[in-house]
Design a protein. Structure first.
Lengths: 115, 114
């Protein structure tokens, strides 16, 4: 079946440093990848999504590139801010025409940014 | 824009009790979902519904019932609360179940069972 792996449970960084949160996936179908962000006591919200191989997608200073050759969709930011402290989920949805396309989530990576 | 409202925000129950969580959306979305969030385990799908009065089981449906009384509302029932259970239940909606559709989430109901 489909799966998503986020290797880091917790990433702690000082403000202003770059960050990369890892996401790899497994599916036998064409993938659609998402990053959701959940701030403390808030609803998860979509941050990025992509199904295009080797094309960088950006939003709110974060960016990610889907690499089908390595089954990866790592989330990056060049300079983290205190407000980026949150839980980040990578999610996979296979492209299957005409059927329920289940969204599979990774376990999540908590990003803690220190002053 | 729209909003998903989950009630209650906090739910404390007793072992063996039947507990009901409610969700309302004003996006006019067809599809609604219930996910369970446990620390370190990501989000796992309990039930989903692609239209009014439709119900489909997810990976974690055992121990739960759901009801889609109308397009805007989707409720989840824990049929028998387990002692010391703690989890966050997230309701979500999307236009359809197509691959590119974004899920919109509510802020969650936090369950604690004594």
């Amino acid at each position: 079946g489909d799966s998503v792996t986020q290797t880091e449970g917790l990433v702690t960084l000082t403000k202003g440093l770059p960050v990369m949160l890892n996401c790899t996936y497994q599916t036998t179908y064409s993938p659609f990848l998402f990053w959701y962000v959940q701030h403390l006591n808030e609803a998860p919200k979509l941050l990025l999504k992509s199904s295009t191989d080797n094309k960088r997608t950006e939003h709110q200073g974060f960016y990610a590139t889907l690499h089908k050759s390595s089954s990866s969709f790592h989330l990056q930011k060049s300079s983290v801010q205190l407000s980026d402290s949150a839980l980040y989920f990578c999610a996979l949805r296979p492209w299957l025409s005409g059927s329920f396309n289940k969204l599979t989530f990774g376990a999540g990576t908590r990003l803690a940014v220190c002053p | 824009g729209g909003i998903i409202t989950q009630t209650p925000k906090f739910l404390i129950g007793q072992e063996g009790q039947k507990l009901t969580l409610k969700c309302q959306q004003n996006f006019n979305h067809d599809t609604m979902y219930w996910y369970r969030q446990d620390s370190g385990k990501g989000l796992r799908l309990i039930y989903y519904s692609i239209t009014e009065n439709d119900l489909q089981k997810g990976d974690l449906s055992e121990g739960y019932d759901a009801s889609r009384e109308k397009k805007s509302s989707f409720s989840l029932t824990v049929t028998s609360a387990q002692k010391n259970e703690m989890a966050v239940f997230l309701c979500a909606s999307s236009i359809t179940t197509a691959s590119q559709n974004t899920l919109y989430f509510g802020a969650g109901t936090r369950l604690s069972v004594l």
